[in-house]
Write a protein that binds this ligand. Structure first.
Ligand code: DAH
Length: 367
């Protein structure tokens, strides 16, 4: 049988264990050990029935007292430990304001995006609106509606990425990655009546072998103006204004005779030249070159001839106007398509088009 002294000793041990607990978890172990279902004090209380009434009274009183005291001790210790734990947690979570801050790395616009924005801003200033079209395009918009016949070399497998629907016949080549931004011209004209003044920046794709001036994916900005009485003079004036703003005040567009550009003759101050060319969707057509940034027009690895072609242009072919339902007797127009990478190379002296897409941060971060 347990005596009063036994109980008091047990209490002293329990009290010491409570005092020694350093965590709430440890404290709970102590509680279970003494006050749990099979705890040392609980089991004394459970055996009270077997005692004589006098014993039961005495031991019962002591045991209950011990239980109450111990519960009180545990509660007190519990409060102490939980506030300690809160303090510890707060200390762990607190901010050390003497630590150096974490650096946020800011991104920036890619040079190509910057140049597209510069070009776009110039034309917005001239009253143009921005239009867009899909990069995966129908043959109809990319070629056929642009007066480009089935046997045109641009349509060959060597030049164009064709996309075939699953299970389609190999000859079923009606979906392409657009080879230029010109199909946007057709989409815009088919969706509205003249006058039209739009530019369409975007990606184009060709099966080109990468070299310093070619990349199978590149960017163009297309331009289209259709209105009553538009002439080649409007095209020239527009390009002149564009190149003044883009390349500097002294830029002058000269229409050069075939003989003089073939002979490589550059007049003083001439930075840009417009020379005859052929495009199926314009008549007459021209190509526009800018004097090479690297060699100044002498001819080098980058340009070959001393000049870099930056755009194609011309008067919209009447066949194209008819295709979209415009009347070539009433309206006329000019169009152009410029190579964004070429222009960026000229302006920023980038020697190789591949550098734009290698994503080397040492290059990208410079602009
Ligand atoms: N689409 C032509 C190309 O990618 C460039 C071009 C030429 C666009 C004449 C035009 C244009 O709008 O009128 O080579």
């Amino acid at each position: 049988m347990v005596t009063r002294v036994d109980l008091e000793n047990t209490y002293e041990k329990a009290k010491a264990a409570v005092a020694a607990a350093t965590s709430l978890q440890q404290l709970d172990q102590v509680r279970v050990e003494y006050l749990g279902k099979r705890g040392k004090i609980t089991s004394v209380l459970k055996t009270l029935g077997r005692l004589t009434p006098e014993e039961r009274k005495e031991i019962g009183q002591v045991a209950n007292k011990v239980r109450q005291n111990l519960e009180g001790d545990i509660k007190e210790k519990q409060e102490e430990l939980s506030s300690e734990e809160v303090i510890k947690r707060l200390a762990a979570e607190s901010v050390d304001i003497t630590l150096p801050g974490r650096e946020h790395v800011y991104g920036r616009r890619h040079l190509i995006s910057q140049v597209i924005k510069e070009i776009t801003d110039i034309f917005l200033g001239l009253g143009y609106k921005v239009a867009e079209g899909p990069e995966v395009e129908l043959d109809y918009y990319n070629f056929k509606a642009l007066n480009t016949p089935a046997d045109h070399p641009a349509r060959s497998l060597q030049d164009t990425f064709y996309i075939r629907k699953a299970g389609a016949h190999p000859a079923d080549n009606d979906i392409v990655l657009r080879t230029h931004t010109s199909p946007v011209q057709i989409r815009v004209m088919k969706s509205q009546k003249p006058p039209v003044y739009i530019i369409a920046p975007g990606r184009a794709f060709r099966r080109d072998v990468p070299d310093p001036t070619h990349s199978p994916m590149f960017h163009q900005v297309e331009g289209l103006a259709v209105d009553k009485g538009i002439t080649f003079g409007d095209l020239k004036g527009t390009l002149e204004e564009f190149s003044r703003q883009m390349f500097g005040r002294e830029s002058q567009v000269r229409v050069v005779a075939r003989e003089s550009f073939e002979a490589g003759i550059a007049e003083g101050g001439q930075q840009i030249r417009l020379r005859p060319h052929f495009f199926p969707f314009t008549e007459p057509s021209a190509e526009v070159d800018v004097r090479c940034f690297a060699c100044g027009g002498v001819g080098c690895r980058i340009c070959g001839s001393g000049w870099l072609e930056i755009l194609g242009a011309g008067m919209v072919d009447p066949n194209v106007l008819i295709e979209v339902g415009y009347n070539p007797e009433e309206v006329s127009g000019f169009a152009f398509g410029m190579g964004v990478e070429r222009i960026a190379m000229l302006l920023y002296g980038v020697p190789d088009i591949r550098m734009f897409f290698e994503n080397d941060l040492r290059f990208v971060k410079q602009f």
